[in-house]
Design a binder for this molecule. Structure first.
Ligand SMILES: [Fe+2]
Ligand SMILES: [Fe+2]
Length: 314
């Protein structure tokens, strides 16, 4: 079973990048499940009912959120009506919506179901309920129900908190992949208990803003400490950040591959990944597919980790 997970979709640039590139990713990786983080999809702030509907119509199975979940208040109704839209599970009891969804593959309904859990860290973020106890409750319940394929999106700022949650769930969850920092980390691996781990998958949106937002507003905040409104950076090249994980029938990860599609990067003076020898750049499968002429070339870089001992695990 193969799962494709795409990081924080930022505004219209992120949404258009997703709609243009998802067919190519599906063609190349043939995932059975697709998950996206949508907390910044509506102009950087939350998500709307229309965007939720558009994402589901693209074949996305589950949408996770984060600290921007409630930026559009109308979502409070949508999140009750649409169980495939998640908010972090460790909001206080009584919060609308759910932090977990169990879905069946539309590609192959005979495959085991996939449970997706969304949780938020507490370091440098609002003090929600304890993520560790919340995960204990939901993951142990899922296992008791016979669900073996469990994907966890840890929406958190601190690397240590994400790693701690990763090690805490190794042997119980299938994958722990982080979101929220908008920058992909280079630490994709499979932990000894058979769980895929990546601290942050990175974002999908404009590359030349600051975390996808206009530089002027972010710089003004840093330089003056005065409040300033952040707008999505609408111009220039975009990136799409993703991770692909293969799971065996028992829910253990056998391979994790992180990747980024970066468009027009060299045209704007960017150099991509030249300092990162762990990357190997391949362009064959994705660039042979039709590419929008107006957006020019693509750079696709991925890094694969496999677990050679996976077969021997009990
Ligand atoms: Fe966030
Ligand atoms: Fe985000």
């Amino acid at each position: 079973m193969r799962v494709l997970f795409i990081g924080d979709i930022v505004g219209k640039p992120g949404r258009t990048m997703l709609s243009e590139r998802l067919p190519l990713l599906k063609m190349h990786y043939a995932p059975h499940y697709v998950i996206v983080n949508g907390e910044n999809a509506a102009h950087g702030r939350g998500i709307t009912k229309k965007i939720v509907e558009d994402f589901l119509a693209m074949g996305i199975d589950v949408i996770t959120m984060g600290n921007h979940t409630w930026d559009n208040r109308s979502i409070m109704e949508t999140i009750v009506d649409e169980p495939r839209l998640l908010r972090p599970i460790n909001f206080p009891p009584g919060t609308p919506g759910s932090g977990v969804a169990t879905v069946t593959s539309s590609i192959d309904p005979d495959l085991p179901p996939l449970a997706v859990v969304n949780v938020m860290g507490r370091s440098f973020l609002p003090p929600l309920d304890d993520p560790f106890r919340a995960l204990d409750d939901v993951v142990n319940r899922l296992i008791k129900e016979g669900i073996r394929h469990i994907w966890v999106d840890v929406h958190a700022e601190a690397t240590a908190e994400k790693q701690a949650i990763g090690w805490y769930l190794d042997g119980r969850a299938s994958a722990v992949v982080g979101t929220h920092t908008h920058v992909q980390t280079a630490d994709a691996r499979i932990l000894p208990g058979g769980m895929a781990y990546l601290t942050d998958v990175g974002m999908t949106g404009p590359m030349n803003g600051i975390l996808g937002m206009e530089r002027e507003g972010v710089l003004a905040r840093f330089l003056t400490q005065l409040p300033s409104r952040f707008e999505v950076y609408e111009e220039g090249p975009r990136e799409l950040s993703f991770v692909v994980v293969d799971l065996d029938e028992k829910g253990r990860a056998t391979s994790i591959e992180r990747g980024r599609i970066v468009e027009d990067a060299h045209a704007e003076g960017w150099t991509v990944n030249t300092a990162d020898t762990a990357y190997h750049v391949f362009t064959h499968a994705l660039t042979n597919a039709p590419v929008n002429a107006s957006t020019g070339g693509l750079t696709v870089s991925t890094d694969v980790s496999t677990d050679p001992s996976a077969e021997d695990k009990p």
